[in-house]
Design a binder for this molecule. Structure first.
Ligand code: BV8
Ligand code: ZN
Length: 248
């Protein structure tokens, strides 16, 4: 852990790529774990435009259920740890695959959502979009107040392009990073999982926080095999000691 602290303190541009694992300690099921969201269904059954076209009510019910879990969940020490590193001006940007807003609710300001957000509901036809305070009641299927077309969750489904502006900002951040913390992701979903390779190719350092092995473990310079909440609490504590700030 000591050399990880040194790497983080000496980083010129530190960023983080996070996945469902950082929200696991908030009680939000991950995708591919034993309690995974996909266990009952397979991704292609639900998180795809085809599934939505075929059975919008089933897909909307699944998202309304997930929105309920996420909107009632609380950020955990992993989210607070990243927010604290940003407040200490050590962490420059969080690139998240997650569609929950727990990083923001923990105080993180600079967050890029590669796969969209459950807080967004958008129109399938026009540019209308709204902020979801609470999950919609399904049925009835939610309709656009501007053009009366079907509304959909503001997330990126499999087979859909990532929002170009967000993806190019994320790639930019990776080119600027000399250190990237990859936390709570199985690094299976592309193109998100390939982003840390940019840092590696530029001679940067990858710190992986994950209790298990992932598709990126083989190129991680450091692996902290602990839950992100535990690891981030330790890291922030060590950083503050090193900066000889009093841990409140
Ligand atoms: C695209 C939003 C171009 C929706 C999501 C074959 C090969 C390569 C790629 C492909 C392929 N076939 C298809 C593709 C492309 C596909 C893809 O990558 N498929 C994968 C499954 C192989 N990608 C796409 O379709 C992307 N678009 O490529 O566009 C294009 C266009 C047209 C045609 C082709 C290509 C779009 C991908 C976006 C999909 N949307 N989410 C929703 O949420 O409903 S992805 C979804 O998975 C979430 O965003 C999630 O974040 C993401 C990744 O999962 P993880 O976050 O890693 O979560 P997971 O459960 O897997 O892992 C949790 C980890 O946490 C584990 O490692 C566990 O050990 C760890 N953990 C557990 N507890 C803790 C912990 N860690 C720390 N602390 C803990 N306490
Ligand atoms: Zn519309």
């Amino acid at each position: 852990m000591r050399d990880v602290i040194g790497v983080i303190l000496n980083a010129k541009h530190l960023t983080a790529l996070t996945g469902a694992g950082v929200s696991a300690e908030s009680g939000i099921p991950t995708f591919r774990g034993k309690d995974g969201l996909w266990n009952k269904y397979k991704p292609e059954e639900l998180a795809t435009p085809q599934a939505f076209a075929r059975n919008p009510e089933l897909v909307w019910k699944w998202y309304a259920w997930r929105m309920d879990i996420v909107f009632n969940a609380k950020p955990n020490p992993a989210h607070y740890g990243f927010a604290e590193l940003e407040r200490l001006r050590i962490l420059k940007c969080i690139i998240t695959q997650n569609v929950d807003d727990l990083h923001e609710r923990a105080g993180s300001k600079n967050v890029l959502h590669l796969h969209g957000s459950l807080r967004k509901i958008v129109c399938t036809k026009c540019d209308y979009s709204e902020y979801a305070e609470k999950p919609p009641k399904i049925p009835p299927l939610p309709k656009c107040p501007k053009c009366n077309s079907l509304l959909r969750p503001g997330v990126v489904w499999f087979g859909e392009m990532l929002p170009q502006d967000v993806l190019s900002k994320a790639i930019d951040e990776m080119y600027k990073s000399d250190v990237v913390i990859v936390a709570g992701t199985s690094a299976v979903v592309q193109p998100a999982a390939s982003l840390p390779l940019i840092v590696k190719r530029n001679g940067g350092v990858i710190i992986e926080i994950n209790p298990s092995e992932t598709a990126l473990s083989y190129i991680a310079d450091y692996r902290i095999e602990k839950p992100a909440g535990v690891a981030m609490k330790e890291i922030v504590g060590e950083i503050k000691r090193a900066l000889s700030l009093e841990t409140p």
